[in-house]
Every structure is written in C-alpha cells, then in structure tokens.
Design a protein around this ligand. Sequence first.
Ligand SMILES: Cc1cc2nc3c(=O)[nH]c(=O)nc-3n(C[C@H](O)[C@H](O)[C@H](O)COP(=O)(O)OP(=O)(O)OC[C@H]3O[C@@H](n4cnc5c(N)ncnc54)[C@H](O)[C@@H]3O)c2cc1C
Length: 295
Amino acid sequence: MTRLRPFRLHRPTTASEAISLLREIGPDAVPYCGGTELLLVAKLGFTAFTDLVDLKQVEELSGISDADGLRIGATTTHRQIEHSQTVRAGWPTLALLEREVGNLRVRNVGTIGGNLAFADPHSDPATFLTAVGGYVTIVGADATRNVPIEEFVIAPYMTVLGHGELLESVHIPSLDPGDSVVHRKMSFHERPAITVSVRVGVSDGAITRARIAVGSVGPRVMRAPAAERQLDGTQINGGAASAIREAAATAADEIDASADANGSVEYKRQLVRVLTARALNDALSQTGSAPVSLM
Ligand SMILES: Cc1cc2nc3c(=O)[nH]c(=O)nc-3n(C[C@H](O)[C@H](O)[C@H](O)COP(=O)(O)OP(=O)(O)OC[C@H]3O[C@@H](n4cnc5c(N)ncnc54)[C@H](O)[C@@H]3O)c2cc1C
C-alpha cells in the first residue's frame, strides 16, 4: 500500500456549494464522506484526485425521516441507520441488515450514500433496495432527479452519477399490509459472498407479489424475474414448500454469477439456491402464514 498523495480538502456546508466546487475544479475533484472506500483505493494508488469535497457537513444530505416512506440522507452512517428508532419501527429488516455491514469501524464512518455511489457489487443496502423497490435522489447544478435503484448502477463501480452530481438521499417505500421483507447474507472474507433480499406480499392465503434480489455473486445486484413469476398465486397452505424450492432453483439458474475468491460459478448458484429458499421461507413465516418445511 502506498501513501496518500497530497490533496486539498474542501468542507462545504450546502449541496450547491459542494456542486459548485466540483464543477469549478473539474474531474480532479471528487466527493467523499466516510472515506472507507475512497481512501482505501487512493492508498493503493488507483486515484488521481487533487481535491476532496467532504460532504459530512452538508445539511441537505443528512437525516432520517418517514413522512412519505423512508428517506435516508446520503451522509447517514450505517450505524445511525442501525440505531434509528424510525428505521427499527417501520423497516426492521434494514436495521438488522445494517448491524451486519462490515465491522464497527466501517459502520461508524461508512455511509449509505458512499456504499451506493461506490457501486461495489458486494452491497447489502443495494440488494435490499432492489427487493423493496427503492430509489435514490440525485442533485445537480440544474436539476434534481429520482432514479430507481435498479437503474442507478450501470456496471461494477459505475453509476449514472455525472461529475458535479451528488447522491442526495435514499428512499424506501412503505410496506403494504401483508408484505414482509427478509435479507440474508453470507461472508467468508470482509465483504459478503452473497446477499439475498426478498419482498413477499400475501393476500387471501396466496402470494400476490414476490420480488427477489441477489447481490455479491456477480457483476451487479440482480432481480430473479422468472422465479418471482413462478411464485405468483402460490397457495400458502398447499404446495408452498415445493413452490419455494422450485423458485429458488430458477433464481439460481437465471442469476449472472462469476467465479472469484469466494468460489466457482456452480458454488455461487448453490448459494443462491439455498439462501433464496431460506429467505422466502422466513418471509412467508413473517406474514403470519404457517412456517413451511423445506425438507
Ligand atoms: C472492511 C470493509 C467491510 C465491508 N463490508 C461490507 C458489507 O458487509 N456489506 C456492505 O454492503 N458493504 C460493506 N463494505 C462497504 C461499506 O459499506 C462502504 O465502504 C461504505 O458504506 C462507503 O461509505 P463512505 O461514506 O465511507 O464512502 P467514501 O469512501 O467516502 O466514498 C465512496 C465513493 O462514493 C462517492 N460518494 C460518497 N458519497 C457520495 C455522495 N453523497 N454523492 C456522490 N458520490 C458520493 C465517493 O466519491 C467515492 O467514489 C465494507 C467496507 C469495508 C472497508
């Protein structure tokens, strides 16, 4: 690991000031928040910035509120989300997920905005947001736009953010009655080897909607649309166990997995199959439906 090259540090207090700095200085200036990703890659010599624009004091990018669904400001740390009473009360799965991100040091300074903007495929929040249908708000010099999380990341470590744009906040819709969300992960090293989030809606004893998101096994977080369709209309008290097994097997087939230090493509598919089945089973149990035997 090399030493950090000298750089200028700017500490704006408003989003427009931060955006102006980025635009005036140009591509040599980059935003940063907790620095858990950026300073790591900088020390490895993979960056060429001369100026850092610290976002931590920008008021508009902070805070958690639940006026219309859940809004989490981009500079909110993992630990603040984990301990937020608003999150714990309305979106307990997210609070639990945040408790398992990295280690305490990462959770204390790492932010949800930094996690999503860095676009590492091994992301718990991105997997969760994909399953619940979340979106992000992006603020630029001339406009503010909302982008569904599925369109935000375009490739590993690449998002739709243009230079001079900031990730302002993350939005999670309220759950409908009868909906439940479950997140499962497994890690062998620091980053997760697999992340699975499912959202299942049940009405009149049948599954009315299912969303399955799988992350950390391939180039980006993916939905499993064929598996989701398979679950539509499944009666909870008759055949749910076999429907879950079949949907999990379909998800394993349709996910784009890649071989890496965590295992082969075949092994990743097996992880997808097992964790998807467990997550679906837990989600059904949480909707008040009888727990399903997967044996
Ligand atoms: C040891 C370790 C273990 C980890 N384990 C996990 C894990 O289990 N699960 C998981 O999901 N993640 C994990 N992570 C990732 C962690 O969640 C992120 O490192 C952290 O959230 C990044 O936030 P940050 O504020 O430090 O980002 P920074 O390093 O400050 O920034 C990251 C990138 O985002 C850009 N950026 C930051 N904020 C904004 C913004 N508001 N608008 C536009 N661009 C912005 C920066 O320019 C930079 O390119 C792990 C990281 C480490 C180092």
